[in-house]
Ligand binder design. Structure first.
Ligand code: FAD
Ligand code: FES
Length: 358
């Protein structure tokens, strides 16, 4: 199957001044491939002034719904998000990759868990899907959302969250943290940072009562909340992170951990979609993803910056140097997963399998 399918936009709904909610139609023949888990994202491709531009957008609909929906927040001077605001209308067809990502935990219908999410700005998108999907799938579990914004006018999904609060009274706890609008409870004013998280864990959510924590927002907020959660006794393995972008985007390579002399080459075998293909690459050359693409091998990717995880594959044989990586968890690294956009060959031979999920 081709990496992208053309999906037609069926609706574009303004959510705030800077965010739109986009719903796609999935034709019956692609329904299975586009079935998703809460927390997953879509890589979307558009031709913008002759350039192949790819970006990832998290799914905000519930996994049990027969709906495929994302929310796009416009970034000042953002290439794709500005284009999307101008061009996306019902009837427009876009190239969309099948859902991907691991920002979730397996759902257990009989579980009695407390899921807690920290979101800021557009980071609410995958969290909304997680809330809706989890509350539906786990009838005895609870969900607490700590959601940071500047003011109530910039809160994405304000109405939908209020509806969820009414529908799941007693199981859904919603806390808005606002940085530029005063609220009566002082704890809820300001930004979500390490101090705020510590205070919330002292006064609002008992850390001993947290089974799973999800964090999605800017890099600094995510790191501070993660460190606070760990400092308050929550196991790292119970914390799920999703990063939308990083200040490191486009940053220079880190120094190699392995010394590569001269023009040594590596023979690479790539397994993708059941097909095995070979090519050679200089060890001091481009990333394994770029080398494969240059050899005409079509592989999944979006950000090329080690953030989205779309280019994830398993290193079955050989050694690589993995540069910037923000998408893989410790257990995935331990199992041999790498990001091909940030990996450079070290051994003389390598086998990379894009078909392995676990
Ligand atoms: C797994 C994943 C899921 C994502 N889900 C969503 C989502 O649900 N909704 C959504 O709106 N975006 C989401 N993003 C971010 C999205 O992919 C784009 O990066 C974002 O829309 C900006 O793209 P652009 O082309 O408009 O901006 P670019 O032209 O790529 O960037 C313009 C400027 O904005 C900065 N920038 C890039 N991304 C961001 C950001 N997220 N926040 C603030 N500044 C940024 C850049 O550093 C640059 O200076 C997700 C990203 C990832 C990796
Ligand atoms: S393409 Fe996004 S992590 Fe490699």
């Amino acid at each position: 199957m081709s990496l992208f399918q053309r999906l037609t936009v069926v609706s574009v709904r303004p959510e705030t001044r800077d965010a739109v909610v986009v719903t796609f139609a999935v034709p019956p023949e692609h329904r299975e491939a586009y079935r998703y888990e809460a927390g997953q994202h879509l890589s979307i491709r558009a031709d913008i002034d002759g350039e192949d531009v790819r970006r990832s957008y998290s799914i905000c609909s519930a996994a049990q719904d027969e709906t495929l929906r994302v929310a796009i927040k416009r970034i000042d001077d953002g290439l794709f998000s500005s284009w999307a605001f101008e061009h996306l209308k019902p009837g427009v067809a876009l190239d969309v990759m099948a859902p991907a990502g691991h920002f979730n935990v397996p759902l257990v219908p009989e579980a009695r868990r407390h899921h807690v999410a920290f979101a800021a700005g557009s980071g609410i998108t995958p969290i909304l899907s997680l809330i809706k999907t989890t509350l539906k799938a786990e009838a005895h579990s609870r969900f607490t959302l700590i959601y940071g914004n500047r003011a109530s006018s910039s809160v994405i999904f304000k109405d939908e969250l209020a509806d969820l609060k009414d529908r799941y009274m007693g199981r859904f706890n919603l806390v808005f943290i606002l940085s530029r609008e005063h609220q009566d409870v002082d704890l809820f004013n300001g930004r979500i940072d390490a101090a705020k998280c510590d205070a919330l864990l002292k006064q609002w959510v008992n850390p001993e009562d947290i089974d799973v924590a999800y964090i999605c927002g800017p890099q600094l907020m995510m790191e501070q909340v993660r460190d606070s959660l760990i400092g308050n006794g929550i196991a790292k393995s119970s914390i799920k992170l999703e990063l939308f972008g990083t200040a490191m985007n486009g940053a220079a390579r880190k120094p190699r951990t392995a010394t590569i002399n001269g023009e040594a080459g590596c023979e690479v075998t790539v397994i993708h979609d059941g097909r095995s293909q070979q090519f050679s690459v200089r060890k001091n050359g481009p990333s394994l993803l770029d080398a494969a693409l240059a050899h005409g091998i079509e592989l999944p990717y979006a950000c090329k910056g080690g953030v989205c995880g779309t280019c994830r594959c398993k290193r079955v044989h050989g050694e690589v140097d993995l540069d910037n990586q923000f998408a893989l968890e410790d257990y995935e690294l331990a199992r041999g997963f790498i990001l091909s956009c940030q990996s450079f060959p070290v051994s003389d031979r390598l086998t990379l399998d894009f078909d392995q999920e676990t």
